[in-house]
Structures are given as structure tokens and as C-alpha cells.
Design a binder for this molecule. Structure first.
Ligand code: S3P
Length: 228
């Protein structure tokens, strides 16, 4: 491969330039592509993709739809909290695709924010309507007009999804472009975090040096006093 081609390839498929110390979780409304993008992102980062809804279904022995019908949304949210907590606190780092409502639960949100790097896939409502119309497995969209429901969910949830560490607009373009955007933004985010960490360490070292200097000065002062 010549230099130009190599350079082009490099910019087209960026690599993660920093070690990942935490799992990655993806949040966003139903139909935002959390699984589609999550699977591809995991492949690029050499991690396993885990879907929280699938894990809840496996643990409960029921589909999400059945859990909503038989036990109600509250029970579903409790299970969701438990499952996400387990997945996000395990040693193995993963890319976690969460159900659209998971980040709305205060405890789950807190956990996700401290234990993982949270990425919000932001998609406009028209596209969500189109994408979600292809499957009827989403109980929340069965209670009325899906467009109105998604519109309302966007109004309620977008201000909270904004708390994610990284926001990526995911439109009509190719999936790989979204994955590239995520990796670029992750690099930028991790570079800033590294800088913050280095500054914190430098401040701590300076503080320690001052204390040591102070102690030394105090020691010299009392020595002089003793001698005097
Ligand atoms: C929900 C989204 C669904 C699923 C459940 C509730 C929500 O997951 O967890 O139907 O509250 O938005 P997807 O976002 O993967 O469709």
C-alpha cells in the first residue's frame, strides 16, 4: 500500500488511541440503532457486544413483551437495573446496548455513568418511526400512535440522554461512518480525560512537595531554636 492510500485508510477507519479502562454503553431511543452500531463498534474494538434486553429475557425466561404484559413495566425496570448492574461491574469490558428506557432510571443511569463510557446515539424522530415500524416487539409503541409516542419520548428523554459522555448523531449514512464518528469522539474524550488525570497528578505532587518542604523548614527552625 502506498503512503497516500495508507494515510487515507487511516483517516477513514480511525483506531482507538487510548486504552479502554471501562466498558462502553450505548443509550438512545428505540430504533436508534444501538444494536446495529454496537455490534460493529464492538468488532472494531475487539470487544464482545451484549444486549441488555436479551440478557433480561434470558434471566427472566420471557420476552420483553411478555414481561411487560405479565408483570408490568415496573418489574421490567427492576430486572433491567439488576442485569445492567451485573454486566457493567464485571471485570470483562464489553460494548453494552441498553434498552431505550434504561438510562431514564436514576440508579441505572448513575451506574452507567460511573462504570462505563456512555454514548448517546441521537436520531431524529422521522427515522425512528420508520425503523421501529419494521418490528412489533416494543410494548411501549403499542399503546397508541407510534409517532406521537416517539415524539413524546424524545421530548422527555433527550434532556437526560444529553448526560451521556459522548453524543453521536446517527442519520441515514452508512453504519461504518457512525462507528468512525464514535471512535473519533472517543479519542477526543479520552485525550481530555488523560490530560485531566495528568493535571490532577501534577497538582497532587506539587502539594506533597510543599508539605515536605514545609516539614523540612519546620524541622530546621526547631533545630535552630534548640541550639539557641
Ligand atoms: C424500551 C425500549 C426497548 C425495551 C423496552 C422498553 C423503552 O429496547 O427495553 O421495550 O423504554 O424505550 P430498545 O430501545 O432496544 O428497543
Amino acid at each position: 500500500m502506498n503512503n497516500l492510500k495508507r494515510k487515507r485508510k487511516k483517516t477513514l477507519s480511525p483506531r482507538l488511541r487510548y486504552p479502554l479502562r471501562k466498558s462502553i454503553s450505548i443509550v438512545g431511543l428505540m430504533g436508534s440503532g444501538k444494536t446495529t452500531i454496537g455490534v460493529r463498534l464492538a468488532r472494531r474494538l475487539n470487544l464482545t457486544f451484549v444486549d441488555s434486553d436479551h440478557e433480561i429475557e434470558a434471566a427472566a425466561g420471557h420476552t420483553v413483551k411478555e414481561i411487560f404484559e405479565k408483570f408490568g413495566e415496573d418489574d421490567f425496570r427492576k430486572g433491567e437495573r439488576r442485569v445492567i448492574n451485573r454486566l457493567i461491574t464485571q471485570d470483562k469490558k464489553i460494548v453494552l446496548g441498553t434498552g431505550g428506557g434504561a438510562f431514564m432510571d436514576e440508579k441505572t443511569r448513575g451506574r452507567l455513568k460511573t462504570k462505563s463510557l456512555v454514548i448517546w446515539l441521537k436520531v431524529d424522530v422521522d427515522m425512528l418511526v420508520e425503523r421501529t415500524s419494521k418490528r412489533d416487539t416494543r410494548p411501549l409503541l403499542k399503546t397508541g400512535n407510534p409517532r406521537k409516542i416517539l415524539q413524546k419520548l424524545a421530548e422527555d428523554r433527550y434532556p437526560i440522554y444529553k448526560e451521556a459522555h459522548i453524543t453521536v448523531e446517527s442519520g441515514q449514512g452508512p453504519h461504518d461512518k457512525v462507528v468512525n464518528d464514535i471512535i473519533w469522539k472517543l479519542n477526543k474524550y479520552l485525550a481530555i480525560e488523560k490530560k485531566k488525570y495528568q493535571n490532577r497528578m501534577a497538582r497532587q505532587r506539587a502539594k506533597m512537595n510543599n508539605v515536605q518542604k514545609q516539614e523540612k523548614n519546620n524541622g530546621t527552625a526547631s533545630d535552630t531554636k534548640d541550639k539557641g
